[in-house]
Design a protein. Sequence first.
Lengths: 796, 172
Amino acid sequence: MSTKLFGEPVQRREDPRLLTGQGRYVDDLGAGALEVAFVRSPHAHARIRDIDVSDALDVEGLVAIYTWEDLPTLLAQPLPLLIPHPALTHGRTAYPLARDVVRHVGEPVVMVVARDRYLAEDVCALIQVDYELLKPVVGVEEAAQSAQLVHEDVPDNVGAHLIQEVPSADGLDARELIETAPHTLTFRLDIERSASMPLEGRGVYARWDADDRSLRVYSSTQTSTSVRMAIAAKLGLPLPKVEVIAPDVGGGFGVKIVHPWPEEVLVPWAAMLLGHEVKWTEDRREHFVSSAHERAQVQFVRVGFDDDGRVLGLDVNILHDHGAYTPYGIIVPIITSTQLLGPYKIGAYRVEFSSIYTNTVQVTPYRGAGRPQGVFCMERTMDHIAEYLGADRTAVREINFIQPDEFPYDQGLIFQDGRPLIYDSGDYPESLRLLKELIGWDGFPALKAQAAAEGRRIGLGIGCYVEGTGVGPYEGGHVQITSDGRVHVSTGLTSQGQGHETVFAQIAAAELGVPMERVSVVTGDTRRFGYAVGTFASRAAVMSGNAIALACRKVREKALRIAAEALEADPRDLEIIDGEVRVVGSPGASIPLATVAVLSNPLRYAFDSETARATQFAGASSFDRPPVEAGEEPGLEGRDYYSPIRSTFASGMHAAIVETDSLTAEIRILRYAVVHDCGNLINPMIVEGQIHGGVAQGVGGALYERMVYDDHGQLLNASFMDFLMPYATEIPSIETAHLETPSPLNPLGIKGAGEAGVIPGSAVIASAIEDAEGIRIDKMPISPSELFDLRRAATG
Amino acid sequence: MHEITLTVNGMIRQVEVPGRRLLSDCLRHDLGLTGTHVGCEHGVCGCCTVLLDGEPVRSCLTFAVTVDGHDITTVEGLAARDGTMSPVQRAFGECHGLQCGFCTPGFLCTVTALLRENPAPTEQEVLEGISGNLCRCTGYQNIIKSVHRAAEIMAEERRADADSEQPGEEIV
């Protein structure tokens, strides 16, 4: 493979259109479409007694009003439970429009279609819904102890309960080992809710072609293929009659992997019923109360260790708040409980979680997807052990590291893909060495003392993680070289800003030996590629990247075979350079790929001089063989899939130096350092950008972002005025270093990079604040006023 | 309904809008200029920033009728007439100052105004200058780099213009 493109910081193909206002996001499409607005529940828990639309009927521009009672049989069912799991004994999903009971503020109750959104909202304001208020269940601990139920048929509000145990090498379990360990610590950790919060909310736009009886849907989704299947199933349409396109998507970060959202089935249904294009664009308040949140967990930790800090047994009990419904199953707590182990080998491990219903917005993956909580748990544990022993925090980590010669390393658990949690490769000691060097770990005590002498408080924190990326089951790629020499690449998964058009073009150009300008890439369009899983879990580069590489290799092989015949050469003597197949060492003996593409498709009809070369009187190579030989297909194209036996494990370590104001307790990050290992880099510029963005979300989660529910289940900060996402002024300059430990599992040796940056954020910042203050930081995010209160409590 | 006249990206546009029509919706849905994005509808995220008589404003907090007769520049109007991207646009591309691109039009408008006022901003001035715009993808590192790079490109172009004017004077 040419090294010229793979691994280079190639400029993005996406940018010219996005920089000039020519992007196509869902709400940019469908001028003239009817628009939808929803009446959503203002209550966290209530029974619907009556819906009165009489006042609303006179609004000029009103087209239709729908409630649950109007829905056809298939749509009137609860939405799918996407990821069933044996431990999810009481999985519950919402109806597209509420039936009888609403279980969180923001649940859709009535759908209104009108000439435009302003009018649709006018109508919504005039619809009277009579609610009988029920007692809301808010807060995971409250819910776990409450007699009040979120779902009448779910006892104790427990949706799922799972215990996983990994005994020690000598068969002892974690609890036994903790009891007999030289030292034990017991503590509790808390993480509050946050959310993906992409700047573009969700959106759906549907066109029904009544003549063709086919449906085209544009959705701001992370999985167009699966949305398509869900729509076909829910609307009772033949799959080939439904196409779903994820156009430009203004950020996802996890929330848009959930599907089908109520709106994703209701809007197409309305379009079919009304015989008119229909569109819905989520507004920001809707996004806060009607999409999904993540993070909230309470963790009870007990750890036993020896004099060197070696962890002999770890016992973690997690209360996970999954909100009102479980469409995405228990993926988040599964990831927390498995990825918690990070780069460490633990004597014996026991983890138990209860996934609990509350009358709040449902919880589904947000970038990191349970890992930030797991890493927070493990890294706090490491820091607490170090503090107890009076040891350096990196020394305690180092003694527990899995060593480079121990890969593949089996953690003895089942990961989120239902397959064994076996780490493929990594070099954790080297990562730590790089990180210590980057942040100046060993020189920090002197710096701290110097700051103290000036009356300033600074602290250094660290956080290490391992991230399972590139989960299956599969992705595919299709590559076609047309007779103009252009290369058309498509893959089914979607893009939300990761630069897939660029990196996949880099891979295809390098594999095929063509200039990158000739390669175009389409993602997330079921018209081009119908089989896919989606873009989540840092999987796009690993899955589709490898699938496209494999498809290119098929096409390359075919091109060489055809060219060999034309050039009367051995395929093994051929190379493809700059879009031309050449005989190695024979200048002049060459044939452009465009011509190979022509020759690959025997024609009866010519449409230009180039294609005339493939017509039937242009001279057949042999009268004894058919024009398309058995086992061959016309055209210079290929399709292949990549389906890994299991995930590939990226890793990284972050360190930060913070300063806390001795008077106001204001927390400022002075430096933030990242060492990151995602195997071979396809485009370092893009990987770096992914890390930057992740770190910013990590900082947001550590210091600013939380969902504030009151006892009534009202989300008090459902706007950008009150939910504090970091601006440029809150994000420090990020220093990065890369380690490239290739994955042995896939042809390109790559690992995922999308989520990495966010994962250790809360762990690192808590560690740094604790170092600055000498006060235990076990609850994140932390605000200056909370730190202020902690100080007061500490000084009595 | 009110008939208003706006000069948008140098073109005079007449449009009939209800009094409550937001400028963002007017640009996007009445005039088809969908490059201006709406991220929060309450003036915090800055995605909808456009230039009103050269000054950055939140088009989601502006009623279209209130800017009757005014001059508006949207992201579609930042490039030169021949399609050459402006220095700010080019710098964002060069420095990977965008990922999903949704906040980008707002940043481009903000930064265009910022650099016109202050052609060589310091690090702190850049931070302050873009502190009214949210980005959820980039972590701002490359946006900050892009602003400095745009300032550099503009300075280079000013120098090049000044140089090319020299022979012109000789002819006169």
